[in-house]
Write a protein that binds this ligand. Structure first.
Ligand SMILES: [Zn+2]
Length: 355
């Protein structure tokens, strides 16, 4: 009698793995019996995340480790017998899991770290970000750099004016979906002078002004300077004589020098512009680096660009990358890259407004 009880206690129910399927980013494991327990944990090392699943009392009948499974965004995937009680699944990836795994009776579903799913690829996927009424009170002026006769920088057939328009249209779409009011200084390929751009922004009294550009390395390159990455500019506080004495038109006929203009708008605008620049830069890098780990940060810089100076609201100019850089020119033409980049800008704007 005693012996019988002991045997019963010792006898664990082996639960053999019956079937394994991998469809897109979903790994499905089906066992013979109901799954008892799954333990999930991660180990991070050198930028790689090891996602480990231990399945209690599960058994790999062949005893041979399964390692021929391949998936997007996954470095390696192994299913093996860890010890006689535990079946272990190890997924190595640079990314976090798309969703929590699901356990249902005999089936364990693991959502592999497919970055495509976590990041907004198209505007449609951004729909889920809730619309805010408060955002409706904010007007964002978007400025697609160059246009028409002014092609901006170029690299073979790739022209800055096309890239800036494409990115700005995407940005408008995202901001609108979030609930912002948005106006653009140009929404098609046409020539718009710098003065027309700032006059437009001032006329409609935008809350912020965001200008989108693409950088290019100068012909005479400075050694050690990396001509790659993202820079966010805001108004310079440097007072060079040449700039300060430039005359600008403000509100129709009145003409001021830039020195007078600066005094007129005060420091407040510049302080807010700096805040906006910081928020946008941080957000863009954070979002882009989830997928493109090597994106270079050129930081926040001050420049007395016309659009930063002659706008009455806090304004920034985003240099989204270098058209002259082989890697970046490819990415800047890529729709996904553009979407993630402008999504980062939109989220940065959100955080600037505290919404
Ligand atoms: Zn430009």
């Amino acid at each position: 009698m005693l012996l019988f009880t002991n045997l019963n206690l010792l006898a664990r129910v082996d639960n053999p793995l019956e079937n394994t399927s991998l469809v897109s980013n979903r790994l499905k494991l089906t066992f013979e019996h109901k799954i008892e327990k799954v333990r999930y944990f991660t180990i991070k090392k050198n930028g790689i995340i090891k996602h480990v699943y231990d399945i209690k009392n599960a058994l790999l009948l062949s005893g041979k480790t399964i390692k021929n499974l391949k998936a997007d965004g996954v470095e390696s995937l192994r299913i093996g017998q860890f010890n006689q009680h535990i079946l272990r699944i190890v997924i190595e990836s640079k990314y976090f899991l798309a969703k929590r795994h699901r356990l249902k009776n005999r089936t364990l579903t693991i959502y592999l770290p497919s970055y495509k799913r976590v990041l907004p690829k198209t505007v449609k996927q951004i729909k889920k970000y809730h619309y805010s009424r408060k955002r409706h009170q904010k007007l964002v002026i978007l400025d697609a750099g160059h246009g028409g006769r002014d092609i901006g920088a170029s690299n073979k057939r790739v022209r800055e004016k096309d890239l800036t328009l494409s990115m700005t249209l995407r940005l408008r779409e995202i901001l609108k979906r979030m609930g912002y009011r948005v106006l653009m200084t140009r929404s098609k390929d046409k020539t718009v002078s710098l003065k027309q751009r700032t006059d437009f922004a001032n006329k409609y009294k935008g809350d912020i002004f965001v200008s989108i550009h693409v950088d290019a390395a100068p012909i005479k390159r400075t050694p050690k300077v990396k001509y790659e990455g993202i820079t966010v500019f805001y108004l310079s506080t440097k007072n060079t004589k040449r700039i300060n004495n430039r005359r600008i038109v403000y509100r129709g006929k009145e003409v001021y020098t830039i020195r007078e203009y600066k005094q007129m708008i005060g420091d407040k605008k510049r302080i807010y512009a700096k805040k906006l620049a910081i928020k946008v830069r941080n957000s863009v890098l954070r979002h882009l680096r989830k997928r493109y780990r090597d994106v270079n940060d050129k930081g926040i810089k001050r420049k007395p660009y016309w659009v930063l100076l002659a706008t009455t609201m806090p304004s920034i100019l985003v240099e989204t990358g270098y058209i002259s850089n082989k890697n970046e020119v490819e990415r800047l033409q890529d729709k996904t890259y553009q979407s993630v980049l402008v999504y980062g800008i939109a989220k940065g704007i959100n955080s600037y407004f505290g919404l």
